[in-house]
Design a protein around this ligand. Structure first.
Ligand code: NAP
Length: 420
């Protein structure tokens, strides 16, 4: 039996035989997990020649858990992740009814996984709608616990909602609830602590990975006390705690405006000349234009929950990566981290050994990097890139590539190993 990963003074202690709980996942989870585990074991063996080895521990969630125990997310599973800190999971069906919104949300909330981390880069050969997909190289830090996604909502015409509408109108003078009788209400909590821990994680990542900039993406021009505060608290934290490492540029106007691009380039040059990281901000709607028009302007991105949801999928699509985009949910203070395939369970394709396993495999690479096994991470990423570039791919890429050879999920996994 292996040993648990632990954390002390904010640093992970990873034994040579770490126990890593995995959730196979529903639907296509059964297709992707087995080849993924084979790739992980092969990469670890290749790098460490038997000196290090992962002890995989299956834990149940989703349909498999429900069929075996009558529970969608058994306490045993939460306990195992709690004990071993780092876990990896396939996609999970969202149960209908039963008081559970989503198992993913429940996992994030229970373990307070406040960062949703999504690296977005192009792998050579991946079909993309962009002329220069190679210009897109960003890492998104999406706040995972607050914002309009906190789930504090009141359905129109219920007693609670009417009560709330009355309070807002009578006690707070809200005059712009246009149709009070039929209005639903959602609450958008955004805190200083929540913002600071997210922006801190983004800046620390930029420092460690020598990234040129951190962009705070927000809609603070309209939502001044929530998203506007997010921006300001982010800048304040950068200036207060990282004054010697960052150069803040609060004058950032959209680079879509006249002369904007020159000013942006100048600020980046000034920061680099001073050996610092540029911290800037961008309004969310302009950002969605800039990722298409000026992708080189953005590197690490720190944003709120809802913006982050949109931005992650838009960026993944830019590099053709909806089926291969990796992700993780992390609490850098406690060390808890769950790495995951970002696509869903694709029930129509389940059990056919045909889907692309790259999302979970690249999430695994992120996991090894987080554990400090960076050579393993690099080996896996390079091998995925080589496999795709050789045009021996699963159906999703095959249908978009000229002259490609069609492989099954398991064959593609073996192709990755052959390219190590
Ligand atoms: P989905 O499962 O991601 O599938 C949508 C489409 O994406 C599939 O029909 C397929 O497209 C393509 N696709 C997804 N993964 C692929 C892969 N690995 N290889 C190749 N193609 C892939 O999204 P959905 O249909 O909206 O959701 C289905 C279920 O998954 C729902 O219960 C949802 O709640 C759940 N879900 C879970 C997670 C999670 O656990 N993280 C995330 C999202 C959704 P084509 O049909 O065009 O081939």
């Amino acid at each position: 039996m292996g040993n648990s990963i632990t954390i002390s003074n904010g640093k992970l202690n990873v034994p040579n035989d770490p126990i890593i709980p995995f959730i196979e996942g529903d639907g296509i989870g059964i297709d992707i997990w087995t080849p993924a585990q084979k790739v992980f074991d092969a990469a670890v063996e290749k790098v460490y020649g038997g000196q290090k080895k992962v002890e995989w521990l299956e834990v149940l969630a989703g349909e498999k858990a429900y069929h075996e125990s009558g529970e969608w997310l058994p306490q045993q599973t939460l306990d195992a992740i709690h004990d071993h800190l780092v876990a990896i999971k396939g996609p999970l069906t969202t149960p209908i009814g039963g008081g559970i919104r989503s198992l993913n949300v429940q996992l994030r909330q229970t373990l307070d996984l406040y960062v949703c981390l999504r690296p977005v880069r192009w792998f050579k050969g991946v079909p993309s709608p962009l002329v220069h997909p190679e210009y897109t190289d960003m890492v998104i830090f999406r706040e995972n616990t607050e914002d309009i996604y906190a789930g504090i909502e009141f359905q129109a015409e219920t007693d609670d909602c009417k009560k709330l509408v009355n309070i807002l109108q009578d006690d707070f003078g809200a005059r712009n609830i246009r149709f009070p009788e039929t209005t639903s209400i959602g609450i958008k909590p955004v805190s200083k602590e929540g913002t600071e821990r997210l922006v801190k994680a983004a800046i620390e990542y930029a420092i460690e990975h020598r990234k040129p900039s951190v962009t705070i993406v927000h809609k603070g021009n309209i939502m001044k006390f929530t998203e506007g505060s997010f921006k300001q608290w982010g800048y304040d934290l950068a200036e207060r705690e990282y004054a010697d490492k960052v150069f803040t540029w609060g004058m950032y106007d959209s680079i879509l405006s006249t002369d904007g691009i020159d000013a942006a380039n100048q600020a980046q040059e000034d920061a680099e000349a001073a050996g610092k990281i540029l911290v800037k901000d961008c309004i969310a709607d302009a950002f969605l234009q800039e990722i298409l028009l000026y992708p080189k302007q953005h590197s690490v991105v720190a944003t709120l929950n809802l913006n982050g949801d949109y931005v992650s999928d838009a960026l993944a699509a830019c590099v053709g990566g909806i089926g291969i985009a990796p992700g993780a949910n992390i609490n850098y203070a406690t060390g808890f981290a769950i790495f995951e395939a970002t696509h869903g369970t694709a029930p129509k394709l389940a059990g056919k050994n045909m889907v692309n396993p790259s999302s979970i495999i690249l999430s695994g690479a992120m996991m090894f990097e987080y554990m400090g096994w960076v050579e393993v991470a690099k080996l896996i990423e390079d091998a995925v890139e080589k496999a795709i570039a050789s045009k021996r791919v699963t159906f999703d890429f095959h249908r978009l590539m000229d002259g490609a050879e069609l492989l099954s999920t398991s064959e593609f996994g073996d192709e990755i190993i052959a390219n190590m």
